[in-house]
Write a protein that binds this ligand. Structure first.
Ligand code: HC1
Ligand code: SF4
Length: 577
């Protein structure tokens, strides 16, 4: 069984489309709506036109490659003049009501429409009408906006939100030239079921979905002589950011990221990993106390899209959430209290800037409980994409920088346990290491708790914490789809899990909704990034949060002990039903 693509003989596979067979055999056909990684073939962009001739047929006919099966003996032509002209016309029509402000678009240079327009040789858009391109911009979500003037109606976002995340906030809306993506009638993006996980942003081929850019505020801080800027960057940044500069996926660029932030003119460069160690001290103590009181079934609380999900979709579950703030927020409150005290800085001058692979961290930093007298603990959150933009704005090329190290004696060190927070299962593994020590007074043997590692959406493991606690049953969920059943089981009394880690993004923060976008792919680098995190843990001088000497000093000099009154004031929180 075979067919021909541009005269190449192709062996056929069962149930393949022309597009799949062409990809497999190295024949490029442009597409904009289709995304194989999420099994999405809506056939709406109609750019993947090819000519086909079946046996016995005289004249070739034009079909869309994404939804036409390839058949025995079929001849497929992808580059005839007729095909090229029709593809070009299709892209031209697509751009007729598409905002043409490409030079100022957040997607400039990494936009799939730009790529395809180049491929089809489109040099002028004859049918563009600015009046038609004026469509709704919804900026009501705290961290990101939906600009329908840039939407090409591929509906990838609707698919990922509904079927990938199980949130179902987005719908196909409008008719005719007003057709596009919206939320349910009467709602806005901010008031909808949306939890700001950002997975829709990762699959959007254009600038229709994107974070609200806050790089301008950061530039203000950097050039204000009265401001002391304190930067933190998340565990996932160091293992993903190199890709922006053409380095292989998973390259550890921690040292270059530190140098880049210094080159921006930051006063103090620190690491969210340090605060991840603090979280383990607090959350571990909280859990053991709860178990001692016979309470079980606590959920982790460091993922802000999960918190949004719990508050919006399952408010009854909130009493089961750990009260420990996320590492980002623990960092913010410590950087505005302990750090200025130690370094003799006026706390009012400190501005904390976070670099996160996450959009929901913007929501989190703006929460009322994370402000003191109206001043936020974390002043600005940049996604990794904004960080890349900021470096470009300031003319800094990460690849040309020599790596450097943290040099702050108070908050500049982290354990291997803090480093693995960024991957699914990492928070739980870090917590188990410290809880085991707290119960037994000795370190857990076989410190890499491989039972907690893996990639299925929901996994479980039993770990013996020893002492009075004994065996605990743990669950690890990543991606929100599988979380619903876990939460519903807990609420219905059907669950026997003791501790449940939830990361809203599939893979955890290494593939967060604020991470770099990959063209024509969804989450292609998770495993490489994750391998590097485990390697960082392996190479760390200390691998348990309680052995981080800077964390020990923080407790000795300032907080007293985990779960103390001071800790409660600075490191714990509440949720809003
Ligand atoms: Fe995450 Fe976390 S791991 S939530 O994924 O607990 O964003 O990387 O910074 O706060 O540490 C994100 C990553 C990050 C927090 C930590
Ligand atoms: Fe859905 Fe997440 Fe996008 Fe909100 S941010 S619309 S929840 S995919």
């Amino acid at each position: 069984m075979h067919a021909f693509i541009n005269s190449d003989k192709i062996d056929l596979k069962e149930n393949e489309t022309i597009l799949e067979a062409a990809r497999r055999s190295g024949h490029y056909i442009p597409t904009l709506c289709e995304l194989a990684d999420i099994d999405h073939t809506p056939g709406t962009c109609r750019v993947c036109l090819v000519e086909i001739r079946c046996e016995g047929q005289e004249e070739p006919r034009i079909v869309t490659a994404c939804n036409t099966p390839i058949l025995e003996g079929m001849e497929i032509l992808t580059r005839t003049r007729r095909v090229r002209e029709m593809q070009r016309l299709q892209v031209e029509l697509l751009l007729a009501d598409h905002d043409q402000e490409c030079a100022t678009c957040i997607r400039h240079g990494s936009c799939e429409v730009q790529d395809v327009a180049q491929f089809v040789g489109l040099q002028h858009s004859r049918y563009y009408d600015p009046a038609n391109a004026k469509r709704e911009v919804d900026s009501t979500a705290p961290g990101f906006a939906r600009d329908m003037g840039k939407c090409i109606r591929c509906y990838r976002c609707v698919k990922i939100c509904r079927e990938g995340q199980g949130v179902d906030a987005l719908v196909m809306a409008g008719r005719g030239k007003n057709a596009g993506v919206g939320v349910r009638t009467g709602l806005t993006q901010g008031s909808s079921e949306c939890v700001s996980c950002g997975q829709c942003v990762l699959v959007c081929p254009t600038g229709a979905l994107g974070e609200k850019d806050e790089t301008e505020t950061v530039v203000d801080y950097l050039y204000d002589p009265d401001v002391v800027t304190v930067f933190q960057f998340a565990p996932a940044i160091r293992v993903g950011f190199g890709e922006e500069f053409g380095l292989p996926a998973g390259t550890n660029v921690e040292g270059q990221v530190i140098s880049a932030i210094r080159a921006l003119g930051a006063d103090i460069v620190l690491d969210t990993n340090f605060a991840a160690d603090i979280v383990i001290m607090e959350e571990g103590t909280e859990l053991l106390k709860a178990y001692g009181e016979g309470k079980r079934q606590l959920f982790t609380s460091c993922c802000p899209a999960w918190i949004n999900f719990a508050e919006k979709h399952y408010p009854e579950i909130l009493p089961h959430l750990s009260s420990t703030r996320s590492p980002q927020q623990c960092f913010g409150s410590i950087a505005k209290t302990y750090l200025p005290e130690k370094m003799d800085i006026d706390p009012a001058k400190v501005r904390v800037v976070s670099i996160m692979p996450c959009i929901a961290k913007k929501d989190e930093a703006g929460r009322a409980m994370y402000k003191k007298d109206g001043v936020r603990d974390v002043d600005v959150v940049l996604t990794i994409r904004e960080f890349a933009r900021l470096l470009r704005r300031e003319g800094i090329d990460l690849k040309s920088l020599e790596p450097s190290t943290f040099d702050n004696p108070y908050m500049g060190g982290y354990s291997g346990a803090g480093a693995i927070f960024a991957t699914t299962g990492g928070v739980m593994e870090a917590a188990v290491r410290t809880m085991y020590y707290a119960v037994n007074g000795e370190e857990l043997e076989g410190i890499e708790v491989t039972a907690l590692r893996g990639f299925e959406g929901v996994r479980s493991a039993v770990v013996d914490l020893g002492g009075d606690i004994g065996e605990v049953k743990l669950a690890l969920c990543h991606g929100l789809k599988g979380v619903r059943a876990v939460v519903e089981d807990v609420l219905a009394g059907r669950s026997d899990f003791d501790f449940i880690e939830v990361m809203a993004c599939p893979g955890g923060c290494v593939d967060g909704g604020g991470h770099l976008r990959s063209k024509k792919a969804y989450l292609p680098h998770a495993l490489k990034r994750r391998e590097t995190l485990y390697e960082i843990d392996k190479q760390s001088n200390y691998r348990q949060s309680h052995n981080n000497p800077m964390v020990q000093k923080l407790y000795d000099d300032y907080l007293g002990r985990p779960y103390s009154e001071k800790s409660h004031e600075l490191l714990h929180t509440h949720y809003i039903a």
